[in-house]
Design a protein around this ligand. Structure first.
Ligand SMILES: *Cc1c(COP(=O)(O)O)cnc(C)c1O
Length: 358
């Protein structure tokens, strides 16, 4: 028998969220961002659930090849472009569109033997990570166009503060980044919006939307719920209770004796630990959902187990399914409790956790 933990991916939710973003994109090209194994949801599930997207966006050539092998025939955008000259031939063969963010990539393209390669120019509009400065874009485009076989499609940029107010304080508000993109926008050549910009900032236009987190049903801003944005969480991480014990008042549970029983307590042991992707930093009190109610985490997260307090849920017992996150437990809420964001929890679901779909 296999270990009783699994991540279930709801294809209907992926489809629903895609349709929601299609609406928000207002005719712009809709890229489904499927990096990091589709934010932990499995590339294969994403290829099925996002079949109505205009393209997939990801990081590794290997993953792009996998998507092609799964039958994805539409566009594929490589968000950081190629990492090495040896990747270029395959990009061309598989009709994958890399971003070009640095001069060294242009130099490698000059030496490659190209017949047909479509590229996007990455622009640094304020994030200060990848990309050419807005003033350098024209020159980079000219140089790229002078290479036989290359077609320059557009310019892409990424927002540093898309979940904040449009004109929030600081050097890289959405408004400031938009300003720097304006000349490119005027030519209709800019692809800008991530999830937060697509749903929260109607001022952001351009020719494309690159949506990640919202397609998986999770709000890009922990202060707004999925439901408020019309999204449905697509992953339910579930594990089973494998033991239950009575603990006397004053006794402690788990490593470091972090949790102390204030009353005679029923403690359930659940087959999920930090080696499955449940953060070790999770504090006591974090909610799980079991047998129709919330049961709080009680004690430090172990590698392969957590312990929860089911004193008030007598119907919970060995064999009960425990939702770690999904419909009832919001992954953003859990993430906030341990100082991170929902994205990180989803991406960190370990490869030993079987992923299936319904
Ligand atoms: C990851 C990524 C996105 C998607 O971001 P979300 O916040 O998940 O929508 C879009 N564009 C680029 C360049 C990215 O790296």
């Amino acid at each position: 028998m296999s270990r009783p933990i699994s991540a279930k991916i709801h294809l209907k939710a992926l489809e629903h969220n895609l349709a929601r973003l299609r609406e928000a994109a207002h005719g712009r090209t809709l890229w489904a961002v499927v990096k990091a194994n589709a934010y932990g949801h499995g590339l294969e599930n994403a290829v099925k659930g996002f079949r109505d997207a205009d393209g997939l966006a990801l990081i590794e050539v290997r993953e792009a090849r996998r998507a092609r092998e799964m039958g994805w025939k539409k566009r594929i955008l490589l968000l950081e472009g190629f990492f090495d000259a040896s990747d270029i031939a395959e990009l061309q063969a598989l009709d994958i569109e890399p971003v070009v963010h640095s001069r060294w990539q242009i130099e490698l393209l000059k030496k490659a033997h190209l017949t047909q390669l479509k590229v996007h120019i990455k622009v640094n509009s304020g994030m200060n990570r990848l990309g050419f400065q807005p003033a350098e874009v024209e020159e980079a485009a000219r140089e790229l166009r002078s290479i036989a076989g290359i077609k320059v499609l557009d310019a892409v940029t990424h927002f540093a503060n898309a979940e904040k107010a449009f004109d929030a304080e600081g050097p890289a508000s959405v408004a400031r980044q938009l300003e720097r993109m304006q000349p490119l926008l005027d030519r209709g050549e800019a692809c800008m919006a991530n999830s937060a910009a697509a749903l929260l900032h109607s001022q952001v236009q351009g020719n494309g939307v690159r949506a990640g987190i919202v397609l998986y049903g999770i709000s890009p801003d922990a202060s707004i719920s999925s439901a408020e944005l019309g999204l449905i969480p697509a992953m339910t991480l579930t594990a089973r209770i494998i033991a239950v014990r009575e603990v006397a008042a004053g006794e402690a549970v788990g490593y470091g004796s972090r949790w102390r029983a204030q009353r005679p307590s029923r403690i359930a042991v659940v087959a999920c630990g930090y080696a499955d992707g449940y953060p070790r930093a999770m504090p006591d009190g974090a909610p799980t959902w079991v047998a129709g109610g919330f049961a709080p985490l009680a004690g430090a997260v172990s590698m392969d187990m957590i312990t929860i307090d089911v004193t008030d849920l007598p119907q919970a017992g060995v064999g009960s399914d425990v939702e770690l996150w999904g419909e009832h437990v919001c992954v953003n809420d859990l993430a906030a409790r341990c100082g991170t964001i929902g994205y990180e929890l989803l991406c960190a679901v370990a490869s030993r956790v079987p992923v299936s779909s319904d």
